[in-house]
Design a binder for this molecule. Structure first.
Ligand code: NOJ
Ligand code: NOJ
Length: 462
């Protein structure tokens, strides 16, 4: 048989196999999306919590996650907005809307509640809305930024629905001092870009790639809303601050290591992280990309960093030796096992799903862009993806290798979801972590953010 015929047969076989695999994941997602949506909603305003509070998990001890983390809540409500946009039934829409409005009200209460951070960088509140007074890694300046961009998205929907009165009263009043949630958050974000704060893992104080990316998104999206609502001066100010951030974000790229540095200017917190192989870099683009071309999921620097993170976790977690898809953790030096920080770090469901979402979003990006140029920064990523060495080339639409890359990205995205599926309980419940040796779930049960990550990854598929 000629070489090219063999290759063609292989290609057909590979395509059939990958279609079967994609179908299997699609089928699983039909039920898993439903369970995830239901469990996620159960963690909003649960019994024993204030209306509008989003508990990180129903678990009240070992660990106690029955609290409202501003970050988890914002990311969760962003997914609730996605559910609201997809809902076709009027009853369901009305119920989702109630949760969104309750969250706005509760968020305003958080903003005006005196707390140990003394400002809007306070990372969490008790489920009843009272301040959380224990020692903690605070402030966390990603938190108000995430709340702001999520609510900007809500504001835009409500404006389209003719709710300008509500938006101007609760979300963006354009006044200083303000009594609206988004405006308060944007002012806080804009005025604290030069302050170090704790990272999303609540452990290191410094300037973080993740925090800066979500701060930028809040300012960019917020500036557009300010403009729409006639607050042009503020819009210019937020845009100027966003531009200022761009240089700072770019400075996280380490040219010779070909890696995005997780944290610069560390000035507190734990000191045993030095690999910079932190999955928060991936979350940074999933949450922080605004569609304006700045650090999209397909950015070469993200490709280079993602390949290195993937490779390391593949090597250090024993469960990755069996079955499809790499389980991903926070960072290799992690010592938080879901109960205490004296243990061994594990893969996390929300990060494994996050990698799945990343690969699907990369595929969509490259597809709409219509070309890929190999270079020294992105080549290792593509070589690992296609399992062969690649020459210098610029692929354009219609090119067989480009098509092959798009298919491989989607298959790889599904492989991460398959990894999650392998370890998910038969009732579809998801905790925070997977034991790196056994694959069993551990840490906070029914983690709200795990469910949110499943839904947003599923929506990123096509
Ligand atoms: C709980 C935090 O949420 C987690 O991220 C951290 O690793 C441990 N506490 C230790 O600070
Ligand atoms: C620990 C995680 O590190 C942090 O990001 C999260 O906010 C809390 N758990 C609550 O889920």
């Amino acid at each position: 048989m000629g070489h090219s015929i063999k290759y063609a047969i292989l290609l057909v076989a590979a395509t059939l196999w990958s279609n079967a695999f994609a179908n299997e994941i699609s089928q699983w997602l039909v039920s898993q999306k439903q369970v995830s949506g239901l469990r996620l909603l159960e963690n909003i305003s649960p019994e024993g919590a204030a209306r509008g509070a989003v508990v990180a998990s129903p678990s009240k001890d070992n660990p106690n996650y029955f609290r409202h983390w501003i970050r988890d809540a914002g990311l969760t409500m962003d997914v609730v907005i996605g559910m609201y946009q997809r809902a076709t039934n009027a009853d369901e829409k009305a119920q989702l809307r109630t949760r969104l409005v309750d969250y706005v009200t509760f968020s305003r209460t958080n903003q005006v509640t005196p707390n140990p951070s003394g400002g809007l960088g306070e990372p969490l509140f008790n489920a009843d809305g009272s301040p959380f007074n224990q020692g903690w890694g605070r402030p966390q300046n990603d938190s108000p930024a995430i709340r702001a961009y999520t609510l900007v998205r809500l504001a835009n929907i409500l404006l389209q629905e003719g709710q300008a009165g509500y938006v101007r009263e609760w979300l963006y009043d354009g006044k200083i001092p303000t009594s609206s949630v988004i405006k308060a958050d944007l002012e806080y974000v804009a005025h604290h870009l030069d302050d170090t704060s704790f990272d999303l893992w609540e452990e290191v104080r410094g300037f973080h790639f993740y925090t800066r990316m979500v701060q930028r998104r809040a300012l960019v999206d917020g500036a557009k809303l300010a403009e729409t609502l006639g607050d042009g001066g503020a819009a210019n100010f937020y845009r100027a601050k966003a531009r200022e951030l761009e240089g700072k974000i770019d400075s996280h790229w380490h040219w010779s290591d070909k890696l995005i540095m997780t944290t610069l200017g560390r000035d507190g917190g734990i000191d045993y992280k030095n690999s910079h192989l932190d999955a928060s870099t991936i979350l940074a683009v999933l949450h922080g990309a605004t569609g304006d071309g700045f650090f999209p999921p397909s950015d070469d620097r993200i490709l280079a960093t993602a390949a290195k993170i993937n490779e390391r976790f593949k090597a250090i977690y024993p469960i990755n030796n069996r079955g499809a898809g790499v389980a991903i953790g926070r960072y290799p030096e992690d010592r938080y096992d879901g109960y205490s920080t004296g243990g061994e770090g594990n893969p996390w469901i929300l990060l494994t799903n996050g990698f799945g979402e990343l690969y699907h979003r990369m595929a969509s990006d490259f597809e709409s862009r219509g070309y890929i140029s190999f270079n020294e920064v992105n080549r290792p990523f593509f070589q690992a993806l296609l399992h062969r060495s690649l020459p210098d080339a610029r692929l354009s639409r219609g090119d067989a290798t480009l098509k092959e890359i798009l298919r491989a990205l989607r298959a790889e995205g599904d492989a991460y979801l398959a990894r999650t599926r392998t370890h998910t309980a038969s009732d579809g419940s998801m905790a925070e972590q997977l034991n790196r040796h056994t694959g069993f779930m551990q840490g906070a049960r029914d983690l709200t953010w795990s469910y949110a990550s499943l839904l947003s990854a599923a929506w990123a598929r096509r």
